[in-house]
Design a protein around this ligand. Structure first.
Ligand SMILES: NC(=O)c1ccc[n+]([C@@H]2O[C@H](COP(=O)([O-])OP(=O)(O)OC[C@H]3O[C@@H](n4cnc5c(N)ncnc54)[C@H](OP(=O)(O)O)[C@@H]3O)[C@@H](O)[C@H]2O)c1
Length: 265
């Protein structure tokens, strides 16, 4: 049985953990969590009945797969601490934005397989999109194992590591863009007189329905949009207003800003 350690028990750790336990992929006793905050460890230990430890090195020593789920800014400190503990029969998976497998391997004293994965928070409900790329010591069985873990959380794509920051600007940050869009629609609904719970139900279900349409019909988004946009109708009037206010340009700028920030981290 694979034992999995999470170094950093924050939001992404919980999203992944919750999903893997719920699906039965992991049993709580096969997990070990480590974090700087004992409060957070108690909270997750209580919620998921998983073992916890306050020392990162101790967590690493007990695991076959280590998920590094700390902020990119904590990488030098934590990798400096655990770098000489990691062995070549283990697998280190980093989910940090902006941190290359090469920069991680630099801290390791042995030829440890390092994998870089960018999941997103819908992992919490097994609807993640995870982009995966591999460091120089990764073998075929390790690839298969990592793909199996992240397939349990949703969809996966394997990509050239050079593109991870670009993919993350859409998939990792993307949920926030969509939530902002829905939040704006809810407020707009309230502005035109709908009760907030009604506006919320309409906006959320419309987003989910549109998501299913894109995935299940595989039609081009422009074609799907045309189906809602009759000549001289209400939708085209709304689209005109969105375009006049730079909707597309705002999205382009947002994605560029996310990529720029990833390169700074
Ligand atoms: N959130 C997302 O949507 C998302 C999506 C994809 C990938 N990611 C990546 O996932 C990683 C984690 O993000 P997150 O949103 O889960 O962050 P987070 O909630 O801040 O979780 C990080 C956890 O690590 C803890 N920590 C800090 N220093 C530590 C140390 N020296 N040893 C052990 N634990 C330590 C933090 O404790 P304190 O809070 O007390 O500092 C916190 O509990 C990041 O690298 C991020 O780039 C995030």
């Amino acid at each position: 049985m694979t034992r999995m350690a999470f170094i950093g028990a924050g939001k992404m750790c919980e999203a992944i953990l919750r999903s893997l336990i719920r699906s039965g992929y992991l049993k709580p006793e096969d997990v070990i969590l480590s974090d700087i905050s004992s409060e957070r460890l108690s909270e997750l230990s209580e919620r998921y009945k998983v073992p916890v430890v306050s020392a990162n090195r101790a967590a690493v020593e007990q695991a076959d797969v280590i998920i590094l789920s700390i902020k990119p800014q904590s990488h030098p400190e934590v990798l400096g601490e655990i770098g000489d503990t990691l062995r070549e029969d283990q697998v280190l998976i980093s989910i940090a934005v902006g941190k290359s497998t090469e920069s991680i391997e630099h801290f390791l004293t042995k030829p440890v397989p390092v994998v870089r994965v960018m999941p997103n928070t819908p992992a919490m409900v097994s609807a993640s999109l995870s982009s995966i790329s591999y460091g120089k010591h990764v073998t075929e069985p390790v690839r298969e194992m990592v793909k199996e873990i992240f397939s349990d959380l949703g969809e996966i794509i394997e990509i050239d590591e050079k593109l991870q920051d670009e993919v993350a600007a859409i998939s990792g940050c993307g949920p926030a863009y969509f939530y902002l869009m829905v939040e704006s629609l809810i407020d707009a609904g309230v502005r035109i007189g709908l009760a907030r719970p009604v506006a919320k139900k309409i906006a959320v279900e419309t987003m989910i329905g549109s998501g299913f349409m894109m995935r299940e019909t595989e039609m081009h988004t422009a074609e799907l949009r045309d189906m809602v946009t009759s000549p001289g109708g209400t939708t085209i009037a709304a689209i005109e207003a969105l375009e006049e206010n730079g909707f597309r340009a705002a999205i382009f700028r947002a994605v560029h800003a996310a990529v720029r920030r990833a390169k700074e981290l």
